[in-house]
Design a protein around this ligand. Structure first.
Ligand code: KG4
Ligand code: ZN
Length: 343
């Protein structure tokens, strides 16, 4: 089976071809065009994102088919992100995919962007399969899940305010690191002294017990404010920047690692799948792998290319949902996560 995936939920225009059956999916091509226009505004401007998708979606899809050495007629299924995301941006991908489907007679299936992030890790690492604990940390969402099998997701915790990637971006802006802040902040933190700034570990304390509402939930706003106060108190931001970045990153990592370990223990899982753009963060991956290794669990994280938004993960999720092709596909800014129940 050959699946053409299309992703336009935020500021990446992407198309990919994933081949084979569900057990042995392979990326035949993946084209990702990141929109750089947003850097000027230090954040994604939705209308500009829609316009950029519109200008490039056609060539990006053509390029993905060409890279895979196939033509549209060879495609068995078209999979497109229908949500969640920016509505104008989603509409471009969904409308284009519908047009392709109608014109070619190929079936179309709508995919949930966050579920697709979990499938993305499995594309790089064939042992990243359920049962596992999933930690999705992206620019728009942060979810801690127990995944007994594909299609079944038990929500253990989520952020009560900012997503983890969003916090990286906002703190990156406070540190004048440009947009997106995550990668630049990680680089700055490499030269930081971990002892210079000990920021609060939000929603994390030793008194928390399983069943407490904050046992798994995350919060980033207090930490962000703490960094803001430290920035305001700094008389030499250029000199303090690496230390502030390191202090912030250490706080985020300790919270994520501890909550993930709690999930591993409570649910009795021995695999953790990290997904979403923040999964690119090497310090997070290393700390998570070390902490889990000490408890006999393994970390499965995607390559940086498949951590951030891409259409290969959309095509892979489309393979799983292939039987649903034919149901109506509509762009939705807030789309419920299929198969998600509160634990
Ligand atoms: O998954 P993604 O590409 O888009 C969404 O679905 O939101 O995630 C983008 C997020 C941005 O907030 C970006 O700053 C963050 O991932 N990110 C990182 C790193 N690389 C990307 N955050 C921390 N460290 C990184 N190395
Ligand atoms: Zn994403």
């Amino acid at each position: 089976m050959k699946v053409l995936g299309i992703e336009t939920s935020c500021d990446e225009t992407s198309a990919a071809v994933v081949t084979d059956n569900e057990a042995s999916a392979r990326v035949a091509s993946c084209v990702i065009l990141s929109q750089d226009v947003h850097a000027v505004y230090r954040g994604v401007v939705p209308e500009l994102a829609s316009r950029a998708h519109l200008a490039t979606i056609g060539p990006v899809v053509d390029h993905a088919l060409e890279d895979a050495g196939i033509v549209l007629g060879d495609v068995d299924l078209i999979a497109v992100t229908e949500g969640p995301g920016l509505i104008g941006a989603l509409l471009v991908g969904v409308s284009y995919a519908k047009g392709l489907g109608l014109g070619s007679g190929r079936p179309l299936v709508g995919v949930h962007h966050l579920e697709a992030h979990l499938f993305g890790t499995a594309l790089d690492d064939s042992s990243a399969v359920p049962p596992f604990i999933g930690l999705i940390v992206s620019g728009g969402h942060s979810l801690l899940l127990d995944v007994p099998r594909w299609g079944h997701y038990r929500l253990l915790g989520e952020t009560r305010d900012d997503a983890v990637g969003e916090a990286f971006d906002k703190v990156g802006a406070l540190l004048q690191l440009g947009y997106p802040g995550g990668p630049a902040l990680e680089r700055a933190a490499r030269n930081g002294d971990p002892a210079r700034h000990r920021f609060p570990r939000p929603m994390l304390n030793a008194r928390q017990r399983p069943g407490d509402p904050d046992y798994f939930d995350l919060s980033m706003s207090g930490l962000k404010t703490a960094v803001m106060h430290a920035v305001q108190a700094s008389s030499d931001l250029a000199a303090d920047r690496p230390h502030l970045a390191r202090g912030f990153q250490d706080a985020v990592i300790e919270v994520l690692v501890t909550k993930t370990q709690r999930a591993v223990e409570l649910c009795g899982r021995d695999r953790v799948v990290l997904a979403g753009g923040v999964a690119c963060n090497r310090a997070l991956r290393d700390a998570m792998a070390t902490a889990l290794g000490g408890r006999g669990a393994t970390l499965h994280a995607p390559s940086p290319r498949l951590s951030t938004d891409n259409a290969a993960m959309i095509a892979r999720a489309g393979l799983f949902h292939a039987a649903e092709a034919g149901r109506p596909v509509d762009a939705a800014a807030r789309l419920p996560f299929p198969g998600l129940v509160r634990a």
